[in-house]
Design a protein around this ligand. Structure first.
Ligand code: NI
Length: 152
């Protein structure tokens, strides 16, 4: 396992749409292991593959509800809403206000290719939506109603 370099804005790789994962092989496992090292070292709530320059539909979420590996995630349903502050490892020292659903149900695959379903809420739902957005080239700053510096 190894830490990978995190891509920062305005790198155009962050605006690209990612490809579906078809091969659940050692290469994918290494990517997932490296992403875990990277997000833990950065103390982030999540990380998406394009943030480590890999254009695949892979992301991880790390919150008090657990550590999640999402491959080819699809949002099946969402309800409610929450408005709050969000940050991103690719947008250093900034925070923005973003409205997200309060609860989401996400279908995905695990690292073996098995179908998994997660029902999450609150901050974890926010993190899921933020990371899944990255797979479509969307950085939260395009959805935020205001962006401020960490120091303020
Ligand atoms: Ni992010």
């Amino acid at each position: 396992m190894a830490k990978r370099l995190i891509v920062k804005v305005p790198d155009p790789i962050l605006t690209k749409k990612c490809r579906t994962v078809d091969n659940f092989d050692g290469r994918l496992w290494t990517l997932l292991d490296d992403m875990k090292d990277t997000v833990k070292a950065a103390n982030g709530a999540g990380l998406a593959a394009p943030q480590v320059a890999v254009l695949k539909r892979v992301c991880v979420v790390d919150t008090e509800d657990g550590y999640f590996e999402l491959i080819n995630p699809v949002v099946k349903s969402q309800s409610g809403s929450q408005t709050g502050l969000e940050g991103c490892l690719s947008v250093p020292k900034k925070y923005g206000t973003v409205t997200r659903p309060m609860k989401v149900t996400v279908l995905a695959q695990d690292r073996d290719g098995n179908e998994v379903k997660y029902k999450v809420k609150g901050f974890t739902a926010r993190a899921f939506m933020h990371e899944i957005d990255h797979l479509d080239g969307i950085v939260y700053t395009s959805k935020a109603t205001d962006i401020s510096d960490e120091s303020k």
